[in-house]
Design a protein around this ligand. Structure first.
Ligand SMILES: Nc1ncnc2c1ncn2[C@@H]1O[C@H](COP(=O)(O)OP(=O)(O)OP(=O)(O)O)[C@@H](O)[C@H]1O
Ligand SMILES: [Mg+2]
Length: 500
């Protein structure tokens, strides 16, 4: 068997009181895809950031192609052929694809033609394309990611690191990404991918390395392992991967939310919400299934007062919501937790502590100027405990948490305000398996207490296990409201694609 191309040995990295990597070893061959797996906060991003020259390890060594390497900056790593696509994209929105890809290269502003030609060659070699003149702010997530990958390939990288590349991709975009990864593998690149989705690990990787609490718990060939075994390596115990669905509250006859003929057009006059009607009862979880961009975001925004519908009505306990301000809607106990593509963009201030971020939410509806910090601290401590946020304390700055733990703070903050109607979109994005299931438990807990939950999801298995009924939308229209017990995944998939 070929010698390893990348060898990382005895890597340790401490952040204050947190030992993020503890004597970790990892090696990857050319033409190999290694999946790096582990719970939120187990040290995955830290390890690959060390390989990419972003963090200096406290101890340990890196060899590439037999030579020892010391990376003191991302630039050193790039020169050695290491390219990384981050958990949070690092592109400049006002620039176009070409400018972002060639940024930092000498004379990149003047050599438009030469740069474009070089990008085209890379596109052909690895089977991906992007309009070179398109501005980043006009791009979908999938397109932005393509730009990030092209940027890496453009610089001749032979090592590609992808940190949760599929967390925000549609299934189609994921398939496309995997095809590119296979092309790179066939061209002799070494690839490391971080993902929480075990199905993807089984599909795309040749080998899996598992981290737990900063230590490597094992490295196995993908074909010799199973999702169950991987989960056990990750968590350190056997875990049940099942959602216990309580029955919907039977006594509720009156819908809590009545949506009628809701419509909204975008700037171009295209209907993004087209005559949607449904009822949502207290003590029920109503799912929304649809391909990304089918109107989910707009529906959430309308129901929380962030956007005005063109026509239609939404009555909450008899009162018209659409005439109320976002604050008035919030005061009625309606909460939105939307996990966007860019987690740090939505309602969390990265440079503030967990406590301050919790206070931010709890006091925006309260009159008066005095802020009760003590109760904010208690609330933050409750969230940290109930949602198993791994952090040294509630005074920790949010941006120093791992990706999944940032998300737990965001979710906990909304759910713990005791809403009557909870609208939650993609809550499990970027969460490890255990954390995802505890969020589903938390939603079921609210349901048992009579809360009405609108759950916008992306994983059909989860939607079918968690929800009492599922609305399927396609291009802003409601295709059908289905019973998850009676409708197969394939049938829901067809409805999502617009086939009745
Ligand atoms: N810059 C930093 N400052 C302080 N602590 C940090 C920093 N980066 C990471 N940590 C801590 O190191 C630990 C490991 O974090 P890391 O981001 O590597 O986890 P992860 O495995 O990538 O998790 P996730 O799946 O949630 O993205 C966490 O406890 C995190 O809070
Ligand atoms: Mg991470």
């Amino acid at each position: 068997m070929a010698d390893p191309y990348i060898v990382m040995e005895h890597i340790s990295k401490r952040f204050g009181s947190v030992l993020a990597n503890n004597d970790v070893g990892l090696s990857v061959r050319r033409g190999e895809i290694v999946a790096l797996l582990g719970e939120n906060g187990s040290g995955k991003s830290t390890l690959v950031n060390i390989l990419a020259g972003i963090y200096l390890p406290d101890t340990g060594s890196i060899q590439i192609d037999g030579s020892p390497r010391f990376f003191h900056s991302p630039h050193d790593a790039i020169v050695a052929g290491v390219g990384m696509v981050h958990q949070h994209f690092m592109l400049i929105p006002v620039m176009n694809a070409r400018e972002n890809i060639s940024l930092g290269e000498k004379g990149y502003v003047f050599n438009k033609k030469a740069v474009s030609a070089k990008i085209s060659r890379v596109e052909q070699e690895f089977g991906l394309t992007i309009p070179h003149d398109k501005k980043i702010y006009d791009m979908s997530v999938g397109e932005k990611q393509t730009v990030e990958i092209l940027k890496v390939l453009y610089r001749g990288a032979s090592i590609l690191i992808l940190d949760e590349p599929t967390a925000v991709l549609t299934p189609q975009e994921t398939m496309r990404l995997f095809a590119i990864m296979r092309n790179m593998r066939d061209a002799g690149c070494a690839i490391i991918i971080i993902t929480h989705k075990l199905g993807e690990v089984m599909e795309i990787s040749d080998r899996v390395a598992v981290l737990r609490g900063g230590q490597l718990t094992g490295s196995v060939n993908t074909r010799d392992t199973t999702p169950r075994e991987l989960t056990e390596m990750m968590v350190g115990a056997s875990v049940s991967l099942e959602i216990n669905r309580p029955a919907p509250a039977a006594s509720v006859k009156q819908p809590m939310l009545e949506v009628r003929s809701l419509s909204l057009s975008n700037k171009e006059g295209v209907k993004v919400i087209d005559d949607i009607s449904f009822d949502l009862y207290g003590g029920e979880i109503l799912g929304v299934a649809g391909i990304a961009g089918s109107g989910q975001k707009e529906l959430c925004e309308i129901l929380t007062g962030l956007r005005h519908a063109d026509s239609g009505s939404a009555r909450f306990e008899g009162d018209e919501l659409l005439k109320l301000s976002p604050r008035a809607i919030k005061n009625r106990g309606i909460r939105l937790s939307f996990i966007p593509e860019d987690r740090l963009g939505m309602g969390l201030v990265a440079g503030m502590s967990i406590t301050d971020n919790v206070l931010l939410r709890h006091y925006d509806g309260t009159p008066g100027i005095f802020i009760n910090r003590a109760s904010g601290k208690t609330q933050a401590e409750t969230i940290v405990q109930r949602y198993a946020v791994s952090t040294p304390s509630v005074n920790h700055i949010v941006k120093k948490l791992s990706g999944g733990n940032i998300q737990k703070v965001l979710l906990g903050r909304e759910i713990e305000t005791n809403p009557r109607l909870l609208i939650t979109a993609y809550p499990a994005r970027g969460l490890d398996i255990g954390a995802s299931y505890s969020i589903y438990d938390m939603l079921n807990e609210r349901k048992k207490r009579g809360v009405a939950v609108l759950f916008i999801g992306e994983d059909l298995d989860v939607l079918r296990e968690l929800c009492d009924r599922i609305i399927v939308i396609h291009n802003g229209t409601l295709m059908s409201i289905v019973d998850p017990f009676l409708t197969s995944k394939e049938d829901i998939g067809l409805l999502m694609l617009g086939h009745r």
